[in-house]
Ligand binder design. Structure first.
Ligand SMILES: CC(C)(COP(=O)(O)OP(=O)(O)OC[C@H]1O[C@@H](n2cnc3c(N)ncnc32)[C@H](O)[C@@H]1OP(=O)(O)O)[C@@H](O)C(=O)NCCC(=O)NCCS
Length: 139
């Protein structure tokens, strides 16, 4: 099962997967998220494509110190077969190749069920409160 960088032509397939897996939110433009990640040298979107369909993704990026994962998703019909683990490992390798020492991610409060998945992969609660504020950037 090959993991490769998403092409711009495949963005709509990735967004369809993110919608199917409940990862999109009205205040985020997932097309712009994917485009920006692909255009920027410190980020990318990795994917598994099968029969021209996007079945698994992870968006990965870093600021030199920390690597972040977003849009970790596996097609509901393919979940439970190790693909989620493969995507997180591929993103972690991508960061390691760039000498980034740490990987982390945010889990929405309403998605706490997924914490067990990350715990199986060795992730730990960082006992940190994440604060945020929306800026007026145009996408
Ligand atoms: C979370 C998600 C990516 C996991 O992908 P997956 O392919 O089903 O996961 P894997 O089969 O690779 O599972 C890896 C390990 O985690 C465990 N695991 C996966 N989901 C789990 C769950 N909901 N509860 C407990 N354990 C779980 C598996 O048993 C497996 O353990 P093992 O390797 O020791 O056998 C997938 O369920 C998904 O796309 N969910 C919807 C989108 C989402 O919520 N993404 C996360 C946003 S933060």
């Amino acid at each position: 099962m090959q993991i490769s960088e998403l092409s711009t032509q495949q963005i709509s397939g990735a967004v369809a997967l993110w919608e199917r897996t409940g990862l999109t939110r009205p205040w985020n433009d997932p097309y712009a998220d994917a485009r920006r990640a692909l255009e920027t040298s410190t980020s990318t979107v990795l994917a598994i494509i099968e029969d021209e369909k996007v079945i698994a993704t992870v968006m990965v990026g870093h600021d030199g110190h920390r690597g972040w994962l977003y849009y970790v998703a596996v097609d509901p019909r393919r979940q439970g077969a190790g693909l989620g683990r493969k995507m997180v490992e591929a993103a972690s390798d991508w960061l390691t190749e760039r000498a980034v020492p740490k990987v982390q991610l945010m889990v929405r409060n309403e998605n706490k069920a997924v914490l067990k998945f990350y715990q199986r992969l060795g992730f730990e609660d960082q006992k940190t409160v994440v604060l945020g504020k929306r800026l007026g950037a145009k996408s």
